[in-house]
Ligand binder design. Structure first.
Ligand code: ADP
Ligand code: MG
Length: 318
């Protein structure tokens, strides 16, 4: 066993949620319009993500779980123009060391499919029959990493966080169909539609009925009517040019100040907003988990958020 690789894998993949995130990112990067996610045993027994995306050509499949075997970056200049969610070619490589990896895949125009089994440095590839797209299954996660296994959360806690994670993906990609099944129980069944329906899937139909559209050149999405408030800021979702970001206090405060006197003190709205900004005015921290953005014109962005919220409220009389 390659101990260094084992340790590295344990750093990229620390919990089942990390696997789910990486596999959904890969499906989205492959332009999937349908993503089915299924877990059992808190994700430690099995995780499976199936998509209808571009698939992996037979001759490339064996390379997929090799380190830096990414198809997404060809040269260093590309690093600055990254449009995909993954780009370092480390996810499948790490997963193959954190558990048993199985990939079944077929590009639309390839006649037969291909299947891969990988565990640590053993990789086996064989032809198979399968639908177009890719299914990735990870079994017995951390079985070979007892220290990692010991510090895992209860399945119910892991599931709670995974439901939030998949909810965020649905909100940021409402045009993609998502299905989430946990231990045989259906949690989300989202059918490709618009943002309002995504809010319905994730927060329930009552919330969806209380959303208002926001549509300005810089700010697009939906915000809740002021009567739908929450004591916590846990339903304020932001993205920049389609990439989810961690909302900062400043950004959240700008949105809240747009509500002004309509929002009771210490209450927060529900909002899903995307900022459309020229890429050259952004400094994206491209670490895969830390989704932070530095804005060149922060005060302009804050003002645009506040005004967009304000205008939407005024257009939707109470
Ligand atoms: P990265 O996403 O950083 O490129 P990964 O280890 O996540 O690295 O994946 C390695 C490569 O395997 C990807 O670059 C892509 O070519 C291929 N791949 C992985 N998952 C999928 C998928 N669901 N559909 C199509 N190709 C995939
Ligand atoms: Mg990836």
């Amino acid at each position: 066993v390659d101990i260094q690789r084992l340790i590295a894998a344990g750093e990229v993949i620390t919990r089942p949620l990390d696997v789910v995130r990486e596999l959904i990112d890969n499906a989205l990067d492959a332009s999937a319009t349908r993503i089915d996610i299924e877990l059992s045993g808190g994700g430690l027994t099995a995780i499976s993500v199936k998509d209808n995306g571009s698939g992996i050509p037979a001759e490339e499949l064996a390379k997929a779980p090799l380190r830096h075997a990414t198809s997404k970056i060809q040269n260093m200049q590309d690093v600055h123009a990254i449009r995909t969610l993954g780009f370092r070619g480390e996810a499948l490589w790490s997963i193959a060391y954190a558990g048993y990896l199985q990939i079944t895949t077929r590009p639309q125009h390839q006649l037969g499919g291909t299947e891969l089994f990988a565990f640590q440095d053993r990789v086996r590839v064989a032809p198979t029959a399968c639908p177009a797209g890719t299914r990735v299954t990870v079994m017995k996660l951390f079985e070979e990493l007892p220290a990692r296994l010991r510090i895992q959360m209860q399945p119910s806690s892991e599931y709670r966080d995974i439901i939030m994670l998949v909810g965020r993906y649905i909100l940021h990609h409402p045009q993609v169909s998502f299905k989430l099944v946990l231990d045989g129980e259906l949690k989300f069944q989202h059918v490709s539609s618009d943002l309002i329906h995504a809010v319905g899937t994730v927060f329930g139909p009552l919330s969806a009925n209380r959303m208002m559209n926001v549509q300005t050149p810089m700010v697009q999405g939906v915000i809740s009517r002021p009567e739908l408030t929450r004591p916590r800021r846990d339903r304020m979702h932001l993205s920049v040019n389609g990439r989810p970001i961690q909302a900062t206090n400043e950004l959240e405060n700008a949105i809240i100040s747009g509500y002004g006197e309509f929002l009771p003190a210490n209450q927060a709205p529900t909002c899903i907003l995307n900022l459309t900004l020229p890429p050259e005015t952004l400094d994206v921290n491209i670490h895969p988990t830390k989704t932070q953005v530095a804005f060149q014109n922060l005060s302009e962005v804050l003002e645009a958020l506040k005004t967009a919220v304000r205008d939407s409220l005024l257009q939707h009389p109470l």
